[in-house]
Each structure stands twice: as structure tokens, then as C-alpha cells.
Design a binder for this molecule. Structure first.
Ligand code: HEC
Length: 129
């Protein structure tokens, strides 16, 4: 009886270990595919550290919707679509990012983002600068 319990325990540990192993390999496999790393977009503001930090935040938050156009989000690099949005003026755009608009969530899910970050992100997505 004891031996059976012990075997079940070992079996469970092995199962747990393999699940954890799977998780960590799939997580690290996803890393190089993080959007923003290989978009090939040359953005001068990305070269300074504030800009690259903003881009890292973009990859973690905004990319989720703005690469695929999830829920009709304007797609990164779709200059025509972004041109229309830019016509609202930067203040209006920033306001919509902070407060959210329709399916665009407040702050775009980036709690640590500041206005300066959002400016870099908007310029990047709109393909300006
Ligand atoms: C959950 C999906 C989602 C995430 C995450 C997201 N967005 Fe959006 N975003 C949208 C959608 C959908 C729209 C279109 C809203 C509309 O005009 O109806 C949008 C629109 C915008 C607009 C245009 C607003 C306007 O007034 O036209 C800007 C700018 C923007 N997003 C920036 C960002 C930034 C910056 C981030 C990351 C910090 C972000 N978004 C994260 C879904 C998302």
C-alpha cells in the first residue's frame, strides 16, 4: 500500500515537472517572436533609451491588438488609417489612449506608461518620424 502511494506521488511529481517544463519551453520559445523586435522599422526615437523603453512597453501591451487589428484596432504601419486618426490632433489621441475609446482599453493595458511613452508609440504605429 505504501509503495503504491509512493509511486503515485512520484508519478504526480513527474507529471507536474513535465507540465512546468513545457510551460517554460513554450514561454522562452515565444520570446524571440515578440513583436517589435523584427519589424524592421527604423525609428530614430527608438535609439535613445526612453524610446526603446517605450517600444518594449508597446510590445508588451499595445502589440496585442495593434499588430493583428484586433477589434478593429488601427494596425501598426497602416499609414493611411493612422493619418486619419492623427487628424484629430495629438491631444485628442492621447486623451483617447488614456481614457480608452470603444474597444480600445484605458491606457492600452499599460499601467506604467506615461504621455511621453504614448507619443513614441503613436508615432511608431503611424509610421511618422
Ligand atoms: C485590447 C486591444 C487593444 C490594446 C491592448 C491597445 N489598443 Fe489601441 N486601439 C484598440 C482599438 C480597438 C482601437 C480603435 C478604437 C476605435 O476607434 O473605435 C484602438 C485605437 C487606438 C488609437 C487611436 C485612437 C483614436 O482616437 O483614434 C491609439 C492612438 C491607440 N489605440 C494606441 C494604443 C496604445 C499606445 C496602446 C498600448 C499602450 C494600445 N493602443 C493598446 C485596441 C487596443
Amino acid at each position: 500500500m505504501k509503495a503504491l502511494l509512493l509511486r503515485m506521488f512520484i508519478f504526480r511529481m513527474l507529471a507536474l515537472a513535465s507540465i512546468l517544463g513545457l510551460l517554460s519551453t513554450s514561454l522562452s520559445a515565444a520570446e524571440p517572436n515578440l513583436p517589435g523586435n523584427d519589424l524592421g522599422v527604423t525609428n530614430p526615437s527608438m535609439s535613445d533609451s526612453a524610446g526603446s523603453e517605450a517600444m518594449a512597453k508597446w510590445a508588451r501591451s499595445c502589440a496585442l491588438c495593434h499588430i493583428t487589428g484586433e477589434a478593429n484596432a488601427p494596425v501598426v504601419g497602416d499609414t493611411e488609417e493612422w493619418q486619419q486618426r492623427l487628424q484629430k490632433g495629438e491631444a485628442a489621441l492621447l486623451n483617447n489612449v488614456v481614457n480608452g475609446i470603444n474597444s480600445m482599453p484605458p491606457l492600452g493595458y499599460c499601467m506604467s506608461c506615461e504621455a511621453a511613452d504614448f507619443r513614441v508609440m503613436i508615432d511608431f504605429m503611424a509610421g511618422v518620424k
